[in-house]
Design a protein around this ligand. Structure first.
Ligand SMILES: Cc1cc2nc3c(=O)[nH]c(=O)nc-3n(C[C@H](O)[C@H](O)[C@H](O)COP(=O)(O)O)c2cc1C
Length: 383
């Protein structure tokens, strides 16, 4: 049977599948909930960490290390072995990923009647182009009977970055307002772009940015290194993302992973893998009714971390409203061949040259996808 016919047979549907329980099982998507930490620890710090680890982070690389110096304190560090030097050369996104983690932890603490006090960079803030082995935050846990659980706690486990195409349904003014209300700190702003009045400019910028990103094999290979090509890879690494997170599931996923989307193919021909990424970017960007931009006046490490907290908070709010949200970061990245397009993009949307778009994301409606995996709490605790 040639490949085309085989796809046709599968396309013919349920009859083939229903006939064979073994086949049905092999098509079934993995349950990545199994690849997430449990939340039941004797040590409350570990319970809180297990929730914080569910936060959004670049490429799901999970760039966190923690020290537990005493029973009321958590010190959070960047894991220097989990960076993305090709696409995030100044580690800005990695620091946003520290902020998302802190926000998840603070919200989880409220559920356990604990106030989590965050002291940023307690041993000094380092420059925004450097990385030092100093804590990003010291988090002190203070039990307080007056603390009430943040209602967003219930969304820590279901929040996700939804990478699938969105329906044309627009958000209401009230929904957009709830998102905008999250950003109330001086020096930070939320800006929305509505696809309807944008003449496809945003999707063109984003597609062009992905095209630039994929022009260098080293960058494509960095993404490929975080792509999980099958369940075995998910089970081994418990990080990254794969077809399921892009909404490819069931027989289609099974077939693709068996025949086309394999590590061997991608690593031997990263350009081809990149072309698929460009197509996917165009499809999903064109489908989005809205985009959001989180913009800062300065680009210090502290601001990056605080933007991460806000981004995670926004994502929890959208989860609570049943909305889909998805960062698209290529145009924001700092390697030299992206900068001319980034300048053009900023000018087009009225972002000042000295401002930084910290997060750019789609907003809309879509079905939930399979959750992305996480490692165990023990994997991030410093020895
Ligand atoms: C700073 C930052 C940048 C991100 N950039 C992208 C991106 O460009 N494209 C994308 O598909 N997802 C992006 N993401 C989403 C991550 O891939 C996602 O958070 C991670 O895979 C974990 O999945 P989850 O958010 O569904 O739990 C980004 C997330 C963060 C925090």
């Amino acid at each position: 049977m040639n490949r085309r016919n085989f796809i046709k047979v599968l396309g013919a549907g349920g009859v083939v599948l229903a006939a064979s329980p073994i086949l049905v099982n092999s098509f079934a998507d993995s349950n990545n909930l199994n690849y997430r930490p449990t939340h039941t620890y004797d040590d409350i710090r570990k319970t809180l960490l297990s929730y914080a680890m569910l936060s959004a982070n670049p490429h799901n690389i999970q760039p966190w290390k923690v020290a537990l110096p005493n029973k009321n304190q958590i010190l959070l560090y960047v894991d220097p072995e989990r960076l993305l030097p090709q696409t995030d050369p100044i580690h800005r996104q990695i620091h946003i990923g520290q902020g998302t983690f802190i926000e998840g932890l603070v919200i989880a603490a409220s559920r356990f009647g604990i106030r989590a006090d965050v002291d940023y960079f307690p041993q000094g803030e380092y420059g925004s182009q450097t990385l030092e082995d100093k804590p990003v935050a010291a988090i002190t846990l203070i039990p307080n009977s007056e603390i009430t659980a943040d209602p967003l706690f219930g969304y820590l486990a279901t929040r996700q970055s939804n990478k699938t195409p969105y329906s044309a349904d627009e958000l209401t003014v009230e929904q957009l307002q709830k998102i905008a209300d999250v950003v109330s700190r001086d020096g930070l702003a939320m800006q929305f772009v509505d696809a309807k009045s944008d003449s496809s400019n945003m999707s063109q910028f984003l597609t062009q940015a992905m095209t630039i990103e994929e022009q260098q094999a080293a960058r494509s290979l960095e993404t490929i290194s975080m792509f999980r090509f099958n369940d075995k890879e998910f089970a081994t690494h418990r990080d990254g993302f794969g077809l399921a997170q892009n909404g490819v599931t069931g027989p289609k996923r099974w077939l693709a992973e068996k025949l086309f989307v394999t590590r061997e193919n991608a690593e031997s021909d990263p350009k081809r893998f990149g072309e698929e990424g460009i197509k996917h970017t165009q499809t999903v960007a064109q489908s989005a009714p809205h985009f959001g931009m989180l913009i800062s006046n300065d680009n210090s490490r502290l601001t990056q971390v605080q933007c991460g907290r806000l981004y995670q908070h926004i994502n929890l709010v959208t989860a609570s409203l049943g909305l889909a949200q998805h960062p698209m970061s290529q145009i924001l990245q700092e390697y030299s061949d992206m900068l001319p397009l980034q300048d053009e993009f900023k000018q087009h949307y009225g972002v000042k040259a000295n401002q930084t778009v910290q997060m750019l994301f789609r907003l809309g409606k879509s079905e939930l996808t399979e959750p992305s995996p996480r490692r165990e709490v023990s994997d991030i605790v410093r020895a």
